[in-house]
Design a protein. Structure first.
Length: 340
């Protein structure tokens, strides 16, 4: 190969590499990682992207050069010179990709193994998914149950995940990992948050009509702020247990069944907006033309019987008809006693 040809190939290749590198770097393809695990996933992405850019540049250079240099002239319809393969070239273009693919496999396997590792010092959080809500409980703090995932920065958190009904999938884009929640088995995922902030939790498995609404938030806090939040929640729970609003078992049923994720209800301190505000139940019952207690009971076990104006049917799970009677009664009592 003449030196001029090589120089032109290299020039075209560098130009192609520059354009693709700019596309890779300046388009925000991935969210900024907020966990150590996301960092490792990003590393795999960039490793593969680097290899892809190099190969694209090489192929683009050879193709562009050949298209220009060997194009057919208007008066030339002769055949090209006969060529009978090139063993060296074939060995090279087989061996190099084999090495690259193996490297990608090894780097991915290492990242996967590291992300699956549960450090000795970690906090456990139980995740329960159901149509169409998330709830998170902290065994370390007497089973404190909330609808928003809160974590102190820098500490590994192991999520042990269960589904009550169908397959859901837990995903926080900034944490990188996705994990299915499958009825009947326990799945888990480890998150070591490294950036303060509030990130969306998304269900990424089509799980029914309310799938698009099955969202929550993951909040990464400073350790001191997290400790203060835990204390505040424990005080709230203790207060609710003694308070006039039925407290104890009713509040527990409210939180454990994910009601707080979708409904605003002052006595429970919840602020969800997916379903109607539960602070105005007597007015809702009047509109439905039913006595309050019967209305509340029916709305839990047969949510589609009456749909509040501005809301859609089939969003609230119809699984609550299987709640144990004691829990159901406590829940109804809790909801009635909190009314003005
Ligand atoms: Cu749960 Cu989609």
């Amino acid at each position: 190969m003449r030196r001029g040809v090589l120089a032109r190939l290299v020039a075209v290749g560098l130009a192609a590499a520059a354009v693709t590198t700019a596309v890779a770097l300046f388009v925000p393809w991935l969210p900024t990682p907020a966990s150590k695990q996301a960092d490792r996933i990003d590393f795999v992405f960039w490793f593969v992207t680097g290899i892809s850019i190099a190969i694209f540049a090489l192929v683009a250079a050879v193709i562009l050069y050949s298209v220009v240099r060997f194009r057919a002239r208007p008066d030339d319809d002769s055949d090209g010179a006969p060529i009978h393969g090139n063993t060296t070239l074939e060995i090279v273009w087989t061996a190099v990709p084999a090495v690259l693919v193996t490297a990608v496999a090894v780097v991915s396997a290492v990242a996967l193994a590291q992300n699956g590792h549960v450090p000795k010092k970690h906090m456990r959080v139980n995740v329960l998914a159901q149509q169409f809500a998330w709830s998170f409980s902290y065994p370390k703090y007497q089973g404190l149950t909330v609808s928003q995932l809160r974590m102190p920065i820098g500490e590994a958190v192991q999520l042990k995940m269960h589904s009550k009904d169908v397959i859901h999938s837990f995903w926080v884009p900034e944490f990188g990992q996705k994990q299915d929640l499958v009825p009947g088995i326990e799945t888990n995922v480890v998150i070591t948050p490294k950036r303060l902030g509030t990130y969306p939790i998304v269900c990424t498995e089509l799980c029914g009509e309310g799938h698009a609404l099955m969202r929550s938030e993951a909040v990464v806090m400073k350790p001191a702020a997290f400790a203060a939040w835990v204390k505040e929640q424990e005080t709230l729970a203790a207060k609710a247990a003694q308070g006039p609003a039925g407290g104890g078992p009713g509040l527990a049923a409210f939180n454990n069944n994910g009601c707080s994720a979708c409904h605003t209800y002052k006595p429970a301190g919840s602020t969800g907006t997916t379903g109607p505000d539960l602070d105005n139940l007597p007015a809702d019952a009047r509109r439905a033309g039913k006595p309050l207690v019967a209305f509340v009971h029916e709305s839990i076990v047969d949510p589609n019987a009456y749909i509040e104006k501005g809301y859609q049917p089939n969003i609230m799970p119809s699984t609550f008809k299987s709640l144990p009677k004691a829990q159901l009664d406590a829940l109804v009592k809790f909801l009635i006693q909190g009314q003005k």
